[in-house]
Design a protein around this ligand. Structure first.
Ligand code: AMP
Ligand code: MG
Length: 315
């Protein structure tokens, strides 16, 4: 059940919600016991408004994007984000992507705002957002460490899916959202896939359309001089190079993998890979192992082949 406003204490100045820790532990226990009632919401305006309210109140809502279904929480609410880890059974050092609906939402999430958003990043934003491209920036103080798995960078994406965008606008908050599957299971591309894993564990699912792309977004690190692809996806290295007029690199760990794993056609064409193709979970088939990311980036699990410092296995 959504935590309604009357049971939630008030927002602070950053829009974060303060929930008494006892209440939070109770919610986490209910997630563990699968004892929540998961609402089925439509993509209609009233239901999207309700979904936005659930997110604002610290609840969890699964929603379609053009890549896979995401499991969304208020990205500025550390406790809500912690509930995402509980619902997925996901290791809490695995950083999440923060979803925004408008370019103006980017600056407050990035350290020193505009200063840390390079000309290259602006070009990619101008050409490829909204769309399946996630960019990594130094994070500002309003982004809780729970979102980034303790990293000082944050991954941000602006989805093109209309339902996703409407939800972010209705919540009036950036939404942190990994794929809406149990950790170790394939990333879902339909609302029914989501319910298979998440019924009873989250507040609501928006029963939207099948996802178009079916593979997760390309993740590119924009914190250095040269953009570095941390996870390959539908937006290719060559595509970004054409926009930027300069070299884009793959993370070292990707270069050690078979070339086919960098090719979106191959990822999509791999029927075995997931319920319909891809993403991190698909990678475990394509790669023949149970890894979370093709690229890895900034996490710390043993399955993280990218090897910088963060992402975990099989999420
Ligand atoms: P997902 O679970 O599909 O949302 O995957 C998110 C991807 O983005 C994972 O590969 C993460 O490791 C990556 N990611 C998220 N935040 C960061 C970050 N701050 N730095 C590098 N990669 C990140
Ligand atoms: Mg996932």
């Amino acid at each position: 059940m959504a935590r309604n406003a009357s049971r939630v204490s008030k927002h602070d100045s950053a829009g974060c919600i303060r929930i008494p820790i006892k209440e939070h532990l109770c919610i986490v226990n209910r997630i563990r016991q699968n004892s929540m009632k998961t609402k089925r919401l439509t993509t209609g305006a009233d239901d999207i408004k309700e979904a936005g309210g659930i997110i604002r109140d610290g609840g969890l809502v699964a929603f379609p994007t053009e890549t896979v279904y995401g499991l969304g929480a208020n990205a500025l609410d550390a406790l809500a984000v912690r509930s995402v880890y509980a619902a997925k059974g996901r290791p809490s050092d695995n950083p999440m992507i923060v979803h925004i609906a408008m370019a103006e939402e980017l600056e407050p999430l990035v350290l020193n705002g505009r200063e840390s958003i390079s000309l290259d990043a602006l070009k990619l934003i101008g050409n490829l957002w909204p769309g399946p491209l996630t960019m990594v920036f130094p994070k500002s103080a309003i982004v809780p460490d729970t979102v980034t798995g303790g990293l000082d960078t944050v991954a941000i994406r602006m989805p093109s899916n209309e339902t996703a965008r409407a939800l972010i606008l209705a919540a009036n908050r950036p939404i942190a959202a990994p794929s809406a599957n149990l950790s170790g299971k394939p990333s879902p591309t339909t609302a029914d896939d989501v319910l298979e894993d998440m019924d009873g564990r989250i507040d609501a699912v928006i029963m939207g359309e099948q996802c178009d792309v079916g593979i997760e977004s390309t993740v590119v690190d924009m914190t250095g001089e040269v953009p570095v692809i941390l996870r390959p996806g539908i937006i290719t290295k060559e595509w970004m190079e054409a926009i930027l007029g300069k070299e884009v690199r793959y993370h070292q760990s990707l270069l050690e993998r078979p070339e086919t794993e960098l090719d979106p056609e191959e990822i999509i064409g791999n029927e075995d890979a997931t319920r319909n193709a891809a993403g991190e979970d698909a990678t475990r088939n394509a790669a023949g192992e149970n890894t979370a990311d093709a690229a890895g980036n900034s996490g710390s699990s043993e399955a993280d082949t990218a090897g910088n410092s963060g992402s975990s296995a099989a999420d």
